[in-house]
Design a binder for this molecule. Structure first.
Ligand SMILES: Cc1cc2nc3c(=O)[nH]c(=O)nc-3n(C[C@H](O)[C@H](O)[C@H](O)COP(=O)(O)OP(=O)(O)OC[C@H]3O[C@@H](n4cnc5c(N)ncnc54)[C@H](O)[C@@H]3O)c2cc1C
Length: 1042
């Protein structure tokens, strides 16, 4: 059982109508402190007679955890210590040390040598050993001390069964109070280590128990497994708090003492006890000479909260933090002379507070019941009639959301430390999307699971905490706010979430269901602009986090975590923006289409309706498009709706394609089939100069990556999509306009992550079209669709990195102009999976790069760039060629592949349009069985099918580009994966139909169809196979969609 505290809107010693309302609604079940009662979830009476504890990792911090921190501080490659501890298994130095077969000195010698060999640097293992055994680190977890006391109070035995060692002073290392245990078994004393079964048997023998009568806790799998195989009940400990909860469930009684979630008052948060005691004695009329006990709750980032015990009264005091405050936050107004800042005092309410919203240790049905109770209590709050309880003046009437938006924008601005793009977008977006209709009820303002005190034995809310933000307002704010945890990860430091958990398995209702439950209980229709409320709630959370951060910078944070939490503002603001984007699409989908039978669609960017004949790919705009839409620029789905300068650029490119590119295709094609094919075609070089002269050059770099248009044309992704599609109608145009893969991805990589020196050396020649480049990731020996498999090694050696590896399918590596290879390999195979890889810029003239052969795609070589198989043998690369730093490769590859993937898709739409155009011309001119092919029903059906599929895919491409523009590449992950799933197979089908309609000529090199087909098929692998994108879409669908 845990204990909590109640908090009402005003001091509970002040007579107030709200207090009455609140008490009638929620305080029916308040009980006095309630020790020893069972959790309503417990599994029943216990048959256990002893609990056996491992030491490191259970009672005190594990060596692994101490090592991880020490390694960071001493710049030792992460994982070195743990790996060296495990080295040699049973006969390694660590295990021999535990069995006292070697002394501490002997162990440290061997261990130091091992660590240095593994990390290729000298490792001061003495310093690690001193830290590990220091009093500062080797301290028993308070939660375990409490648990042991409770277990013994219930008459059960306790034991410690530890793999430990002798210190240099010949004493065994056991930094515990031995009196807590009936039995102590130490490996160094016995000469036997876990997981050897003999040591468990020894422990049981000394306890005088059968295996089934005891529970064993250890943090290491093999030790737990060995105990379980003897018939002992086991708990694998990942974190002591959770382990104690599991133990409670097995034992069936509470293991907590005193006031949970409290700690001694923090130094900076002390309050004068004497004046407080005098104040309370006067207020409550207490005659006592006894002490005032004061503890601080670890709850309450913004307003420090204290537990007070005075003469049998258990109270809670909540006050404003000291120092300068942001306007109108922390609305606590009371007599501040007593404790230095305004405060209020209230009664303490015992009960359970669930801090982890995933409710570990509970049955799924209980979790569901908890969330249902939470929903019910919210409905009760929202059903209070403010007038009936005298609260009609509790807040301003009406326009709650606009006021809230203004307030939180103001709060954010007052604590802003740097520009956060998503916050800026939201500040613009929120006022434009305010709900039209709002109800007004009592609003809690911070309604979350951990602000509720639950009955210890049943799923019932006893009290609701944290009313500082309560007022009269739109109740949907509370519903949305109570769903924040659904979208936050479990590792989120301030507000733990569960977006990485399987809700169905947990039994927790999804956000959508929770929301529906609320509407049903309240008798309301479901609200459609739910995403607005989520966007606003996350915006508000971001503003709060920024405030905490700001206070941490000015040294007033009421928590040591403040600085860390504030840095999360950006993360949360991106989440908020995701919802804004979803809401945008909902509005978009609901906008009326003028005439659904014509291929006419609206754009928000134009104010006037225009109609074009069918087939010219022109679209109208909705006449009644709101100024809001017009001002922020909507999804431009036709080239005719592009802004005038970009439209002009589009038409210039179109003319260039018609005048220069299509006519050059036969010559370029025959060059690719000639003996000179491995040298660049002079015609391409000539056309490149022409394109450059016409400003049709480097169009691909998105404005977002190059906001000052330093390197490129400064187009948005949507604008580029229209131009890229046009270039995609010819296989040669992308290179002619310096917009071809893999150079585009590599150039973007250099713009985003390159140092100035790297940019000067590599980016400039690439931008000028003088050099070409390749990207080397895929390896023949591993499944490279999972980039974490990549094995090529990047090893440090003096001032160089030395690379060794075998790569294949490296597009462009055979081109004599290829000067740069962007190489992906592993710098640290022991780091966490996504921190092992790094990206290195490898000059192609470095000795040791051996091209083995060009690979072919359905027999095509794709000269002069080709797709090469290549070995890298002891290739020495200067250290300054590392991009971003070791371990950042995965992050870079994700960034690089995002835009690249969508460029391919844009071009695939171009392939398809060209194929369909060629097919239409062909079937009109050929006659078979007495009539033109175009009059055959199947041909017509094929044409129709192709048109529909192209349109569908184009819309999805444009949507992905639009989301990238609005919310960034990361936020567009789902859209990018969707289009990557759709575009290559769509193009394959469309091109295949065109080939079929052409007859055998379609397969020849007289037309671009065969080459288009080959590329479309290859693009179902390149940039990741279809299945990987499908998996991404499914994962995101299951995780995020509400
Ligand atoms: C024309 C062309 C150009 C290329 N250019 C380059 C380049 O420039 N640089 C470079 O580094 N690489 C390049 N590649 C390689 C390409 O990126 C890889 O082929 C691709 O990532 C797949 O890796 P793999 O071939 O090792 O297939 P594997 O990883 O072995 O996968 C094989 C198959 O397993 C299945 N599969 C994989 N994952 C899943 C999953 N999660 N669920 C279900 N099924 C799954 C899929 O069917 C997949 O096709 C190119 C490839 C081609 C065809």
């Amino acid at each position: 059982m845990g204990l909590g505290f109640t908090m009402c809107v005003r001091s509970c010693f002040q007579s107030s109508c709200l207090q009455w309302a609140w008490r009638t609604a929620f305080l029916k079940h308040i009980q006095r402190r309630h020790q020893g009662s069972h959790r309503w979830t417990h599994l029943g009476g216990s048959t256990y007679r002893a609990v056996i504890f491992d030491m490191g990792g259970v009672l005190i911090p594990s060596p692994g955890r101490v090592a991880a921190e020490w390694e960071v501080q001493n710049r030792i490659p992460s994982g070195t210590i743990l790996k060296a501890l495990m080295e040699g298994g049973e006969n390694g130095p660590w295990m021999r040390f535990m069995r006292a077969e070697i002394t501490a000195e002997g162990f440290l010698r061997e261990f130091g040598r091992l660590c240095s060999e593994m990390s290729k640097t000298s490792v001061p293992v003495d310093s690690f050993f001193s830290l590990l055994t220091s009093e500062r680190v080797a301290k028993q977890f308070p939660v375990m001390t409490e648990a042991i006391t409770q277990i013994r109070a219930k008459g059960l035995q306790t034991a410690v069964l530890s793999n430990n060692f002798y210190l240099p002073n010949q004493k065994s290392f056991l930094p515990l109070d031995r009196k807590q245990f009936d039995v102590v078994v130490e490996s160094c004393v016995e000469g036997i280590c876990k997981p050897d079964p003999r040591i468990y048997k020894l422990c049981l023998e000394r306890l005088g128990l059968q295996p089934s009568e005891s529970i064993f806790l250890d943090d290491l799998g093999p030790n737990v497994k060995a105990a379980a195989s003897l018939g002992i009940h086991t708990i694998k400990v990942n974190d002591p708090e959770t382990a104690v909860k599991e133990l409670e469930a097995l034992l069936g009684f509470t293991l907590r003492l005193g006031v949970p979630n409290t700690q001694p008052v923090r130094k900076t948060m002390e309050i004068p006890k004497d004046s407080l005691k005098k104040y309370l004695k006067d207020l409550l009329g207490i005659q006592t000479t006894g002490p005032l006990e004061l503890l601080q709750f670890d709850h309450g980032q913004s307003n420090p909260t204290y537990y007070i015990s005075l003469a049998n009264r258990d109270l809670v005091l909540r006050k404003k933090p000291p120092g300068t405050l942001l306007p109108s936050a922390h609305a606590i107004e009371r007599e501040f002379s007593v404790v230095g800042t305004p405060f209020y005092v209230m009664e303490y309410c015992p009960g359970l507070i669930y801090k982890d919203p995933s409710l570990p240790g509970l049955e799924p049905s209980h979790r569901r019941a908890i969330y249902t109770a939470m929903n019910t209590v919210l409905c009760k709050i929202h059903s209070v009639d403010p007038q009936a309880v005298g609260l009609e003046d509790y807040g301003k009437q009406g326009a709650y959301i606009p006021r809230q938006v203004r307030t939180w924008v103001k709060q954010y601005r007052a604590s802003e430390t740097s520009t956060i793009p998503a916050m800026e977008r939201l500040i613009e977006w929120l006022p434009l999307h305010l709900p039209h209709q709002q109800r007004t009820t009592l609003v809690h303002g911070d309604f979350r699971l951990d602000n509720l005190v639950f009955h210890p034995e049943k799923p019932e809310v006893l009290a609701v905490l944290d009313w500082e933000l309560s007022t009269l307002g739109d109740p949907l704010i509370d519903v949305a706010y109570s769903c924040l945890a659904h979208y936050l990860p479990s590792s989120f430091p301030v507000l733990r979430g569960f977006n990485d958990c399987d809700l169905t398995q947990l039994g927790i209702p999804a956000a959508e269901e929770y929301f529906r439950m609320y509407c049903l209980q309240m008798g309301l229709p479901p609200t459609e602009n739910w995403n607005f409320y989520m966007a606003f709630s996350f915006f508000r959370l971001a503003a709060i986090l920024q405030g905490v951060y700001w206070r941490s910078l000015t040294g007033q944070a009421s928590s040591a975590h403040a600085e860390q939490t504030g840095k999360l503002t950006e993360f949360v603001s991106n989440l908020a923006w995701d919802f804004a984007v979803k809401e945008g699409f909902r509005v978009f989908k609901e906008m009326p289409f003028k005439n659904p039978l014509t291929r006419s669609c609206h754009t928000w960017a134009r104010s006037q309706s225009q109609w074009y004949p069918i087939g010219t790919r022109s679209y109208s705009s909705v006449p009644e498009a709101s100024p809001a839409h017009a001002s922020r620029g909507g999804l431009v789905i036709s080239p005719e709706s592009l802004s005038p300068p970009v439209r002009e650029l589009y038409h210039r490119l179109k003319r260039f394609m018609e005048q220069h590119v299509y006519p050059a295709e036969p010559e370029l094609q025959s060059h690719q089939a000639s003996a000179a094919r491995w040298s660049p075609s002079p015609l391409i070089e000539d056309l490149k100069e022409k394109a450059k002269a016409e400003g049709l050059w480097n169009l691909f770099l998105p404005l977002e990556a190059d906001p000052e248009k330093k390197y490129g044309a400064g187009l948005t992704n949507v604008e580029y999509a229209h131009l890229c599609e046009l270039m995609g109608t010819s296989l040669y145009a992308p290179e002619i306009c310096n917009c071809s893969a893999p150079d585009t991805g590599n150039m973007e990589l250099l713009v985003r992550y390159g140092t100035e020196a790297q940019k000067a050396r590599w980016l400039m020649p690439l931008l000028e079209g003088k050099a070409r480049s390749c990207f080397a990731m895929t390896e023949p020996q591993v499944a490279s669709s999972d980039a974490t498999n990549i094995e090529a090694s990047i090893r440090e050696e003096d001032s160089f990195y030395v690379i060794n590896g075998h790569k294949w399918w490296i597009t462009g590596i055979l081109d004599p102009r290829c000067q740069l290879c962007v190489f992906m390999g592993k710098t640290d195979p022991h780091a966490p999976r996504h921190r092992q890889q790094s990206v290195l810029l490898v000059p192609m003239d470095t000795p040791g790069i051996k091209i083995i052969r060009p690979l072919t795609v359905y027999g095509l070589e794709d000269a002069p760039g080709g797709h090469g198989e290549v070995r890298f043998e002891h290739v020495h690369v200067p250290k300054e060629n590392m991009v971003l730093g070791p371990g950042r490769g995965f992050e870079i590859a994700q960034g690089r592949l995002g835009p690249g993937r969508i460029h391919h898709c844009m071009r695939l739409i171009g392939f398809s349009e060209r194929a369909l155009a060629l097919m239409k011309a062909r079937v009109k001119s050929r006659v078979a069985f007495g009539k033109p092919l175009v009059e055959q029903g199947t041909v017509l059906a094929d044409i129709a099918q192709s048109r529909v599929e192209i349109e569908q895919a184009r819309l999805l491409v444009l949507r992905a580009a639009h989301v990238m523009d609005l919310a960034g590449n990361k936020a567009a992950a789902l859209d990018i994966a969707m289009i990557k799933m759709v575009a290559p197979s769509m193009a394959s089908r469309v091109i295949d139909r065109a080939i079929q309609a052409f007859g055998a000529a379609g397969l020849s090199s007289d037309y671009p169809l065969a080459q288009f087909f080959t590329w479309a098929r290859a693009l179902r692998f390149a940039d990741g196979p279809d299945e990987v994108h499908r998996a991404t879409v499914a994962k995101l669908e299951l995780k995020h969609r509400i």
